[in-house]
Design a protein around this ligand. Structure first.
Ligand code: GDP
Ligand code: IMO
Ligand code: MG
Length: 421
C-alpha cells in the first residue's frame, strides 16, 4: 500500500514538515521526482534543516528512505545534505537507498540551465539553476547517466562523451563560464556516493509492498508546476502529480491509496509565470513578512497572494486528492479580512476552469471575502477550539473543493498539526 503526500500549489506548501510528521506511521518514505530544486524544511529538536533530495523520513530510525528512479540526483548537493543530516547525529547511510535508474545531474547540466535562462532574457522561467531541465532532457533524449552506471568501468568515458555534447550546446549559447571547480567537486562526490546502497528500486519497493509494508511517496514542487498540467512553460521538468508516483517509483496505480494534498491557507509562488491571486501590494508584503516567505533553496522572496480555489480544485481532480492538509494557517492570524479566489474573469466571462495558456490571457480573480479571526492559533491543539471565523473559512474550502481539509498546520514545529477527521 502506498500513500502520497504532494503539493497542490506552486511548491513550498510545507510538504517536508508534513512528511516528517507522518513518517513514523510508514516503513518507507520515497521521493519519486524532482531533484535539488526542492527545498523541504524540517525542524528536528527545534533545529532547522532543509532537505533537497534526501526523503523527509531520514530522521526516523525505523523508516527506510528511497530516492526513486524518477528523481534526478546531484551528487554534489547530495553529499552536502548528508553532512547536514550527520550533524544531527544521524547515520544517513543506514536507512537510505538510491534507485539505480535515477539519473545523475552533471556539472554541465547546471551550466546549460544557466545558459538557457540567460538566453531567454525577460521570458526566463526563474529556474533554481540546479540543472533539472537539462538533466530530464537528457533522460527523455536518451543520453543521460544513471546511478547504476557508476558500477560500470566505462562511466568516465560516458561522462566525457556527454560533456562534449553539452559543450557544443554551451558554445551555441555563447556560454563560456569556467566549470572546472564544479567538475572537481563532482568527481569527489561521485566517490562519496559509491558507498550508498544503490538498489533496483522497483523490486525493492514492490517486495516491501507485498510484505505488507507501508510506503509514503513524497512529492517535490507542486501540481501547478507539473510539466503537463502546470502553468507551462513556467513549470518544472517532471510530473509532480500523483501519476508521477507510478513512473517515478515503479508502482502500479492500484497500489496507491490516500493522496494527501498539501496547500497553504494562502498561496505563494517563486520564479516567473502566472499567479492569478498574486498581491503586489502591502497585503502581499505582510504575507511574505509574517509567513517568512523566502525560498528554502535559493533564498529568493516568494510572491504571495490569496488562496486560489480554482487552481486547488483542478489539482484535486488531477491528483485524485483524498485528504487536504492546510499549512501556515497561523500566518493569517493577523489579517482583518481574508479573500479566496472562486473563479477567473477572462474577457468579461467568469470561469472556474484553468485556461490552456494562463500566461497569454488577461485575467483577474473573482474573490470572496471572509472575516479574519485575529486570534493566535499557534497554541491550539483541537479543531473545535479554533476560532469560528476560521472554521467557517475551512468549511467553505471543503465545500468548494469537495475534498476535506483533514489537518491544519498552525506552526512550523513537528507537533503543530490539528486533526479534523
Ligand atoms: P516544502 O518545500 O513544501 O517542504 O516547503 P518549504 O520548506 O519550502 O516551505 C515551507 C516553510 O513554511 C518552511 O519554512 C516551514 O518551516 C514553514 N512551515 C510549514 N508549516 C508551517 C505552518 O503551519 N506555520 C508556519 N508559520 N510555518 C510553517
Ligand atoms: P519544493 O519541493 C517552489 C520552481 C522554480 C521555477 C520553476 C522551474 O521545495 O516545493 P526548476 O529549478 O525546476 O527548473 O525551476 O519551478 N520550483 C519550485 N518552486 N518549490 C519548489 O520545490 C520548486 N522547485 C522548482 O522557482 O519557477
Ligand atoms: Mg520548498
Amino acid at each position: 500500500m502506498v500513500d502520497v503526500i504532494l503539493g497542490l500549489q506552486w511548491g513550498d506548501e510545507g510538504k517536508g514538515k508534513i512528511v516528517d510528521f507522518f513518517a513514523p506511521r510508514y516503513d518507507i518514505i520515497a521521493r519519486f521526482q524532482g531533484g535539488p530544486n526542492a527545498g523541504h524544511t524540517l525542524y528536528v529538536n527545534d533545529k532547522k534543516i532543509v532537505l533537497h533530495q534526501i526523503p523527509s523520513g531520514i530522521f526516523h530510525e525505523k523508516t527506510s528512505n528511497l530516492i526513486g528512479n524518477g528523481v534526478v540526483l546531484d551528487p554534489v548537493t547530495f553529499r552536502k545534505e548528508c553532512e547536514a543530516v550527520a550533524s544531527f547525529g544521524i547515520d544517513y547511510k543506514k536507512n537510505l537507498y538510491i534507485s539505480q535508474r535515477a539519473h545523475i545531474i552533471v556539472p554541465t547540466h547546471r551550466a546549460l540551465d544557466k545558459a538557457s535562462e540567460i538566453s531567454k532574457g525577460n521570458e526566463k522561467i526563474g529556474s533554481t539553476l540546479k540543472g533539472i531541465g537539462p538533466a530530464y532532457m537528457d533522460k527523455t533524449g536518451r543520453n543521460g547517466l544513471r546511478m547504476g552506471d557508476l558500477l560500470d568501468k566505462s562511466f568516465t568515458t560516458e561522462y566525457i562523451k556527454l560533456r562534449l555534447k553539452h559543450q557544443r550546446l554551451l558554445d551555441g549559447l555563447n556560454f563560456h563560464d569556467d566549470i572546472s571547480i564544479w567538475e572537481e567537486e563532482f568527481f569527489e562526490a561521485i566517490e562519496f556516493i559509491r558507498q550508498f546502497k544503490v538498489v533496483n528500486g522497483e523490486y525493492f519497493i514492490n517486495e516491501k509492498i507485498s510484505q505488507g509494508r507501508k510506503v509514503l511517496a513524497e512529492g517535490a514542487q507542486g501540481s501547478m508546476l507539473d510539466v503537463d498540467f502546470g502553468t507551462f512553460p513556467f513549470v518544472t521538468s517532471s510530473n509532480t502529480i500523483s501519476a508521477g508516483v507510478c513512473t517515478g517509483l515503479g508502482v502500479a496505480p492500484q497500489k496507491i491509496k490516500d493522496v494527501i494534498g498539501v496547500s497553504k491557507a494562502y498561496c505563494t509562488r517563486v520564479g516567473s509565470g502566472p499567479f492569478p491571486t498574486e498581491l503586489t501590494n502591502e497585503v502581499g508584503e505582510e504575507l511574505r513578512k509574517i509567513g517568512k516567505e523566502f525560498g528554502a533553496t535559493t533564498g529568493r522572496p516568494r510572491r504571495c497572494g490569496w488562496i486560489d480555489l480554482v487552481a486547488l480544485k483542478f489539482a484535486c481532480m488531477i491528483n485524485g486528492v483524498t485528504k487536504i492538509v492546510m499549512t501556515k494557517a497561523d500566518v493569517l492570524d493577523a489579517f482583518e479580512k481574508l479573500q479566496v479566489c472562486t473563479g477567473y474573469n477572462i474577457n468579461q466571462q467568469v470561469t472556474d476552469e484553468i485556461p490552456f495558456q494562463m500566461s497569454r490571457v488577461e485575467m483577474s480573480p473573482v474573490l470572496k471575502s471572509f472575516k479574519g479571526w485575529k486570534t493566535d492559533i499557534a497554541p491550539i491543539k483541537d479543531y473545535n477550539a479554533l476560532p469560528p471565523q476560521m472554521q467557517e473559512y475551512v468549511q467553505f474550502i471543503n465545500q468548494f473543493l469537495g475534498v476535506n481539509v483533514c489537518y491544519i498546520s498552525n506552526g512550523p514545529g513537528r507537533e503543530q498539526l490539528i486533526e479534523n477527521m
